[in-house]
Design a protein around this ligand. Structure first.
Ligand code: S3P
Length: 173
């Protein structure tokens, strides 16, 4: 039964959703979908360019389309963009099809992980850490609301996080 439910990763930018998702997919021999990568391939533009040329609202529409596409219970590993939780319909669909794991991290750690990053349009501001704090404060209640399980990423390796998720999901290797 559990094998036919997606494993969905949510959390702020820079918390390791994509990296952990890839390890999970490898360990469990499942298909991996990263919603940002999928959208980039689909539109043929980087996320940064989509935000610049089409606007954030258009990007959010594409995210919503993807959720409809991948909502059915299946055995995929789905890593979502950090803002996916802003749309209740997206999260209701994703929750119908799988178990949701929230990768939780501190603003300091996120700022450190993203210190050289230039691919996140929402963080292309002068004071990146202040923006991270602001967005994280706004979004944390939503991450918590939709999470079936919370994974504290502090002091954990990617493999340890993946093992914890496998254990909690009840999926057998
Ligand atoms: C966003 C997070 C990004 C990407 C886009 C917007 C957000 O994904 O979807 O830049 O609103 O938090 P990651 O969480 O994979 O960085």
């Amino acid at each position: 039964m559990n094998s036919f439910r997606n494993i969905v990763l949510i959390g702020f930018m820079g918390t390791g959703k994509t990296t952990v998702g890839k390890v999970l997919a490898e360990e469990l021999d499942r298909e991996f979908i990263d919603t940002d990568d999928y959208i980039e391939l689909w539109v043929g533009m980087s996320i940064k360019n989509i935000f610049e040329k089409k606007g954030e609202a258009e990007f959010r529409k594409l995210e919503a389309e993807l959720c409809k596409k991948f909502a059915n219970p299946a055995s995929k590993i789905i890593s979502t963009g950090g803002g996916m939780i802003r749309n209740a319909q997206n999260m209701n669909l994703l929750k119908q099809g799988g178990k949701v794991f929230y990768l939780k991290s501190t603003p300091e750690r996120i700022a450190y992980n993203l210190r050289y990053d230039t691919t996140r349009p929402l963080l292309a501001v002068e004071d990146k850490e202040a923006k991270i704090r602001q967005l994280l404060a706004e979004r944390t209640p939503l991450y918590q609301k939709y999470a079936d399980y919370t994974i504290d990423t502090e002091n954990k390796t990617v493999r340890e996080m993946a093992e914890k998720i496998i254990e909690l999901s009840g999926v057998r290797k």
